[in-house]
Design a protein around this ligand. Sequence first.
Ligand code: AMP
Ligand code: MN
Ligand code: MN
Ligand code: MN
Length: 279
Amino acid sequence: MYIVDLHSHSNVSDGNLNPDDLISYAAEKNVDMIALTDHDDISGLDLARKKAEELGISFINGVEISVTWRSRTIHMLGLNFDPNNQNLIKGLERIREGRIERAKKIAYGLAMVGIPNAFEGAKSFASHQVIGRIHFAHYLVSKGYSKNIKSVFNKFMTKGKPGYVEHQWASLEDAVGWIKNAGGIAVIAHPGRYDMGKKLYPQFFQEFKNFGGGGIEIISGSQSLNQIDYFADFAQQFDFFGSIGSDFHGHGVSHRDLGPLHKLPEKIKPIWNQFTQTS
Ligand code: AMP
Ligand code: MN
Ligand code: MN
Ligand code: MN
């Protein structure tokens, strides 16, 4: 079986493995083709690609872009793009700057409930430029405010809790535009996580299609496998390619391991058949 995993994270964003160690682990798990898709940052791609070439795995450039659509946070994967594209690089830089502003507001919210120094604390858990809620979660666990990452999210880091702030990420149009401009394909990550309902999903997919979106992640480690048919039907309706990704974040922090989850339904066109330069 040819094993494809087009969604994974390293410590460039909120995973806990170095980009090259992630690839070594993928080789251990017999993955044939992998994309590294860190949140809003592509600086791990070079190191990961070198290791993939060394180990004979097909490597696909990837990124997971934070997007706001009608007040909802959507995660959009970019796959198989030119990582030197200035449009994309600048767009991602802006999002990372926004993350720092958001982090300061998160720290303020936590300070209001008696948790000091959370900005510096979270930063100390971020290995690179991306600062996210996971880094706050690690800091809070380290200080004993919660016993694990899952409970710290529930208690502090989700909507309505002291360490959550509304944030304006990239627009859907801009994010798709950057990926397309860089020669890549835009894919909606874990579509089952957006809780849009029967009316909004078709509107969302139609807008994504109109802007030039190309695929949806039908099989995802971070959504329930019983949603496969629901999103396979949308893929057919809007003529999207289907993608598969574990959303692996490293040892001890992921729901799912790297590697195969489930096969795409027969009727769906696999997105990886579009990738011509895979080494
Ligand atoms: P951010 O982009 O900084 O808002 O962080 C989003 C990331 O936090 C996701 O990609 C997950 O890695 C992680 N995350 C979100 N919700 C949870 C949760 N309930 N438990 C653990 N990790 C979560
Ligand atoms: Mn993440
Ligand atoms: Mn995501
Ligand atoms: Mn992800």
